[in-house]
Design a protein around this ligand. Structure first.
Ligand code: NDP
Ligand code: MG
Length: 386
């Protein structure tokens, strides 16, 4: 497809991945048809003036009203509310939608993208973790497509190119190890939100940065990889690689390992998901291996960072448990960021909620949504009782 004719939608445009998607769209000269966010009025106004989309949606109604006033001098349509965001996705002429909405809120937009036959450049990993089966059904039914944006999954996807029919023996899922790599549990007790928000190699939104520090993010990524690449959890080996240069790898039957490398820059992954199967010049810096010097690899410490081990439990259990894991973690991270619980308390809260939840083995989408709601309430009650 001619890139100049391609128009895209950016969902969650005011967040970390969303803003980088705007940079990619601008550098590729793409038409942006739709922008959505929750309540960041000033940011989305600036993006709208830069990109001139047909529609902007803020899911928070009051913020949408404020945006409507600000954009009154333009022809851009502004809507408010969750259902308007979904309707706008359905109606958008964009052939690709970057889903950069954070958390459980990314699920409904992902399904709307699938139902409208779009390619989903999928950054929102939570929708895959909790309800991939339903998302995949909608994708297959509507001739839609999902290309991963998460850097490790983008890497794996790239390592699979040209290997159709060849069995995956193992996936090497890399992790930077986060800012607390090498620390013992006792050293993690006094960690504050600002300590956890200082990621060594990636600049990201607050939730995923805390999840990266606790290795919960890597746990979600194990589940994401199981779902996307149809491998068993045992076929995924997490490898700690602090330099974040090798973004993941695939081992084939002949023991050849194909890896994807590059500077740690989400704009490469976002762009590839939009332009796949083509590659174009990008905003990311070229890789200078000689100046990096050495790449190192080590085992993750799943005893200290037990949320990574818990993710393997969740995917073995499957059913609603991955959704419970996600919901308990969303609440625990929020409470940690508000200084209401400590860093290691977060581990205990999530583990207790997940292991104590009665699973539903073959859930409907409604079962999953109910499990999400119920878990949020249970987790808040559990934290209050601590
Ligand atoms: P941010 O918190 O920085 O941004 C989230 C975005 O979602 C904001 O634009 C926010 O709007 C918007 N939003 C929230 N709720 C809704 C909603 N109901 N409808 C529409 N938009 C909504 O998150 P990140 O960019 O860090 O992460 C986004 C997703 O990508 C997550 O799932 C994360 O796990 C994944 N990811 C992120 C990476 C990164 O480098 N940041 C790397 C790999 C994956 P507002 O600003 O108004 O609140
Ligand atoms: Mg990742």
């Amino acid at each position: 497809m001619n890139m100049n004719e391609k128009s895209i939608a950016i969902l969650g445009s005011t967040g970390s991945v969303g803003k980088q998607s705007v940079e990619v769209a601008t550098s590729l000269g793409l038409k942006v048809d739709l922008l959505t966010a929750s309540s960041s009025v000033e940011e989305i106004e600036a993006q709208a003036r830069l990109l001139n989309p047909s529609v902007c949606v803020l899911t928070n109604e009051a913020s949408a009203n404020a945006l409507k006033e600000k954009l009154a001098d333009t022809s851009i349509k502004v809507y408010g509310g969750e259902s308007s965001a979904l309707d706008s996705v359905m109606e958008s002429q964009a052939s690709v939608a970057v889903n950069a909405v954070s958390g459980f809120s990314g699920l409904a937009p992902a399904i709307a993208c699938a139902n409208s036959g779009k390619r989903i450049a999928m950054s929102n990993k939570e929708a895959i973790v909790i309800a991939h089966k339903f998302l995949k059904e909608a994708i297959d039914k509507n001739n839609a497509e999902l290309v991963p944006v998460d850097s490790e999954h983008s890497a794996i996807f790239q390592c699979l190119q040209g290997n159709k029919g060849n069995k995956i023996k193992r996936i090497l899922l890399t992790s930077s190890g986060g800012p607390f790599r090498g620390k013992e549990l006792s050293e993690l007790q006094g960690i504050t939100a600002s300590d956890a928000l200082a990621h060594p190699t990636w600049k990201m939104g607050a939730k995923i940065t805390v999840d990266s520090a606790s290795l919960m993010n890597k746990g979600f990524e194990v589940i994401e990889a199981v779902r996307l690449f149809r491998v068993s959890p045992e076929q995924i080996s997490v490898v700690v690689h602090p330099q974040s240069i090798m973004h993941s790898a695939v081992e084939y039957d002949d023991n050849s390992v194909i890896a994807q490398m590059g500077a740690p820059d989400m704009r490469t992954c976002i762009q590839y998901a939009i332009t796949y199967p083509n590659r174009c010049p990008s905003l990311a810096k070229p890789l200078d291996l000689a100046s990096i010097g050495s790449l190192t690899f080590e085992q993750p410490d799943t005893k200290t960072f037990k949320l990574l081990a818990l993710a393997y439990y969740a995917i073995e259990e499957d059913g609603v448990i991955p959704a419970v894991l996600n919901a308990a973690d969303e609440i625990a991270v929020k409470m940690f960021l508000e200084d209401k619980i400590g860093f290691t308390k977060m581990f205990d809260v999530v583990e207790n909620i997940v292991r104590g939840y009665e699973n539903i083995k073959n859930p409907t989408l409604d079962d999953i949504i109910n499990a999400d709601r119920e878990t949020r309430i249970k987790t808040l009650e559990y934290i209050k009782g601590c």
